[in-house]
Design a protein around this ligand. Structure first.
Ligand SMILES: [Cu+2]
Length: 161
């Protein structure tokens, strides 16, 4: 009788441990795809988004484009972008100071990381390290660019799906 009770308890404990460990292992996959969007209210991306990767900055000072170095936007993985900055008339802008910002406007949260421009690659190219998008959906990525004493910002829209 006692032995049987022990067996039941042991089985329950082992099952609980397996479930908890399983959840922890699977959280990086479950969280960004299901849990977080569920908590935030899974809204579709706004219609009429301009998701082009090349745009003119807000005040028309720069022509800016971005690309992910791998060619992909991986979910929930740190990755690197290259930002290309030109003047309005197409001259590469070198030696600029660039700040990175962004988030999900529909969820009211920012980027999970603090991406930084870590290298001026020349010819108007800049390396942006530390990009990460921890869930699917509509993201904004904003760059504030200062060059030759002038500052302008640009916001790119992108949809991770
Ligand atoms: Cu979000």
């Amino acid at each position: 009788m006692e032995k049987q009770q022990l067996k039941v308890i042991l089985t329950a404990v082992i099952t609980t441990i397996i479930v908890i460990v399983g959840l922890i292992v699977l959280m990086p996959f479950i969280g960004p795809r299901f849990l977080h969007p569920m908590m935030m209210g899974d809204q579709p991306a706004p219609s009429g988004l301009d998701t082009s990767t090349e745009r003119t900055s807000d005040a028309g000072m720069f022509m800016v484009s971005w690309s992910s170095d791998s060619g992909e936007l991986p979910l929930n993985q740190i990755h690197t972008w290259t930002l290309h900055v030109e003047t309005a008339d197409g001259q590469p802008v070198e030696g600029a100071t660039i700040l990175v910002d962004g988030g999900m406007p529909q969820h009211g949260h920012g980027l999970p990381t603090n991406p930084q421009v870590t290298a001026d690659l020349g010819n108007g190219d800049y390396r942006v390290e530390g990009m990460r998008f921890q869930m699917l959906g509509f993201w904004e990525v904003r760059f504030t660019i200062t060059a030759n004493g002038q500052s302008d910002s640009i916001t790119f829209d992108l949809v991770l799906e």
